[in-house]
Design a protein around this ligand. Sequence first.
Ligand code: SF4
Length: 251
Amino acid sequence: MRSRLIGLAGCTKTSCIDFPGTVSTVLFFAGCNLRCPYCHNPHVLESGGELGGASEGVWRFLEKRRSLIDGVVLSGGEPTINPHLEKFATEIASLGYRIKLDTNGLTPEMIERVAPDYLALDVKTDPARYSTHLGASCSDIEAKLRRSVAIARAMGDRAEVRITVAPGIVDRAAVLVLGDMLKGIKTVFLQPMSRRARLLDPAFGNVPAVPDAEIRHYRDLLGGSVGKCIIRGEPVDASVHYASEREAKAA
Ligand code: SF4
């Protein structure tokens, strides 16, 4: 008898872009402990119950597709605030799937309990801005983020840090703080804020974007501290990243 996937808000059955080098299924869990104005998943922010009794269908799919799909991405919302996440991850892994976790890093103890095969850690800005700019209400934000960054650092090529370059939230001062905090991380992605979807704060979509040249400057500032810093959407030598993924899989 499989667990009910309490908090499941949605599922992408097959994805080739969410788990580097891996065909995956993506599970979206409801609820989040932040309120980023640029969030393009506002419908999953409020925690809810299992989506329309979808658990059975998801489990049936995962059991049937083991030979075609290699990984499952636990995403959201913010999946680590779901108290059942470790149990879900263990059950999914027992079917032979590799686990990737997408997280904002504010619940490091759950990252440790899930112990994913691959970690995508969103670090948003200078920790001092989380309350004022991102609606964080928890305490010890910097300590929590540093603990999550340490996990990512220890995972080496099996982890990436992502920074969404949102106007007024990420600027040169914040990037300098992040450069110090992210020292030793192997891969950092700078991702320009997407305006294609409806944002949590629709007015935020009208704020002028951070210019490309400025984002390249952030890359240069971070480049000295981390293994590689890549601007999403710019051509890169992807073979470096995916070779490491294959090595990790073979290990
Ligand atoms: S962008 Fe991510 S961390 Fe921010 S509110 Fe949306 S789901 Fe939460």
